[in-house]
Design a protein around this ligand. Sequence first.
Ligand code: RIB
Length: 308
Amino acid sequence: MSTKILVLGSSNVDLILRVPRFHHPGETIRADNLTTVFGGKGANQAIASKRLGAEVTFITRLGNDYYGKSYRRYLIEKGLNQKSILADKKVPTGMAFIELDPKGENRIVVSPGSNSSLSVDDLRRCDPLFGKIKAFVTQLEIPIETVRMGLKMAKRYAALSLLNPSPSRPLSAEILSLTDFLVPNELEAQSLTGLKMRKDQDLPRIAARLLKMGVKNVVITLGPKGLFFKNRDEEIRIKAFRVKVVDTTAAGDAFMGGLACALSEGKPIREALIFANTAGAFATTKLGAQPSLPFKKEVETFIKNQSK
Ligand code: RIB
């Protein structure tokens, strides 16, 4: 039987512009093409968790506009519970404007739209959905009060809580202490702690600071350099897999989905990190957020072949 995961977070429509290079202030450049896909960190993490084997409930808020309606239909088609896909009559659906360079690196500007009105009251009304979940996953593209309440409810239901602190913003001691697994990237880890990462050897110090700030486990994702994990008892470094990078968008979301699935299935931490790392690497090999999210079988086969 599959494990139950609840994801709380944003849904955006992503407009991806392939640019020859990132442009300078005041400059106008031409994009090679424009692709529109479904994205948003919350939705990406929900779809990733589903593809990677979990039974997923997703709490989100879309606009009642053209994009919102088609996104809603799509999420329901993907098997997500329609009751928690809320609609906002006044505010448009969240949008992300993504510039993608030939190396697969991106720059993203998000217009939050209806994600900003996903409220604490919405969450209270979703209380029954927290029953029997193994893990709770959230990020920071929705109001911080809603994130805090989600983490509190997860703890009340004894679920494992995972927070991806992206996009970066200061976090209260309460939020950090409600978090079992904090999964920042390098930049987010630096901005949360105020510590600079000049070399790899700085990672234990930065992770230790995050533990001191209240989280129980820290996973710092390092893109092409892999990841660094630390809790009170151990430190683990895992290298990234070498893949041909097309688009790094949503690699962190695939990682989150992979980690939530593996941990809630009871995999030991190293195994869970390898699973998440592989899911993240897969997501960089295709264009777009959700089109690039891998399935459990792909990730498992890849890991099996690596260990031969
Ligand atoms: O993490 C990738 C996501 O960030 C994109 O899908 C975009 O919507 C932004 O929220």
